[in-house]
Ligand binder design. Structure first.
Ligand code: PEP
Ligand code: MN
Length: 334
């Protein structure tokens, strides 16, 4: 249930109402907008007398919210959420370009790519240290050493680092990571999501291979209900019957999620297509479709990449794409 307060309500009356609602055993999510405050009532609202609340002089309106997701529901929080990572902002009109290799391989590789993508305008560096691979015999990532190399690249370039966490038991290695990525395969690892809710760092939550948008939002809800509001959603393609692309990029997810949630929404055209030459057109389409950012795989030597070389852009290709993205942004930016 949401309670919209009238503009300019006295602090004292507002506090009285909040305390009264809390006294009914409800959690209250307060969203202070430019004009109005919205109180999101979380918990069992079946015994709450809507008419009584609506009759209060400080209340503008009361609505029941039928969706099972509350913390990430736009109805509870009409203004866009802006996730801040150092000086970088994502959401609310702030476009973010995350780029880097699928996996961190060597210091030379990650430094070279980091410098190149920064020069092209990227504002965060990605790189996997813990890799979720389909085969146990494939390269599994440099693990803690990979995180150390990412930190060196951050030190050299100033770019915040984004890297994937696969297991709760590795969390201590991520204390100094800027954004923790939850990969598609872990989108419903609920224990991990709950822990990340208490970790206090921005989370990049990727949509699972076969998950609906509601399931994606429920996973965001796990993180937020555990205390962490800093969640960025990522559409990265889903499994369908298509035979020529790695996944099917569900671009309609961007405007649909925009209606449902206030969280920033970014797109990963690399994993969505699996083919480097398809990445630029899909990146441009996602930008035109209103995404808040893009996460793109870039490798200095894709042919010899230890993971996902076929979908990785070369730095010069990323540079060209970044220029086109900026032009599209000029058209769609609010
Ligand atoms: C990745 O970003 O390298 C990755 C493994 O992505 P996803 O979880 O979307 O497959
Ligand atoms: Mn990858």
């Amino acid at each position: 249930m949401i309670v919209v307060l009238k503009p300019g309500v006295q602090e004292e009356k507002r506090t009285q109402l909040i305390e009264w609602l809390k006294g009914m055993g409800l959690g209250i999510h307060i969203s202070d907008g430019d004009y109005q405050t919205v109180l999101g009532l979380i918990g069992d609202t079946s015994k709450v007398d809507m008419d009584l609340i609506e009759s209060l002089d400080i209340v503008d309106s009361v609505k029941r919210v039928s969706e099972p997701f509350k913390c990430c529901n736009r109805k509870f929080h009409p203004d866009d959420m802006i996730v801040e990572v150092g000086d970088v902002k994502i959401g609310g009109g702030n476009f973010c370009m995350i780029a880097g290799p699928c996996s961190v391989e060597t210091e030379e590789q990650i430094l070279g790519v980091a410098k190149a993508v920064k020069a092209s305008g990227a504002n965060m560096l990605r790189g996997g240290a813990f890799k979720p691979r389909t085969s146990p015999y494939d390269f599994q990532g440099l693990k803690d050493k990979g995180i150390e190399l990412l930190k060196i690249a951050r030190q050299e370039t100033g770019l915040p680092i984004v890297t994937e966490i696969m297991s709760v038991s590795d969390l201590h290695l991520f204390e100094d990571v800027d954004v923790l990525q939850v990969g598609a395969r872990n989108m419903q690892n609920f224990d991990l999501l709950r822990e990340l809710g208490q970790f206090g760092k921005p989370i990049l939550l990727k949509r699972g291979l076969a998950n609906t948008l509601k399931e994606l939002l429920m996973s965001a809800e796990y993180i937020m209900a555990s205390g962490n509001e800093q969640v960025i959603l990522c559409e990265r393609g889903i499994r369908t019957f298509d035979d020529y692309t790695r996944n099917t990029l569900d671009l309609a997810a961007v405007p649909m999620l925009r209606e449902l949630t206030h969280l920033p929404i970014i797109v990963d055209p690399s994993h969505a297509t699996g083919i480097a030459r398809l990445v630029p057109p899909m990146a441009l389409a996602a930008t035109a479709g209103g995404a808040d950012g893009l996460i793109i795989e870039v490798h200095n030597d894709p042919i010899h990449a230890l993971c996902d070389g076929a979908q990785s852009l070369r730095p010069e290709e990323y540079d060209e794409l970044a220029k086109q993205i900026m032009k599209i942004r000029e058209v769609v930016a609010k």
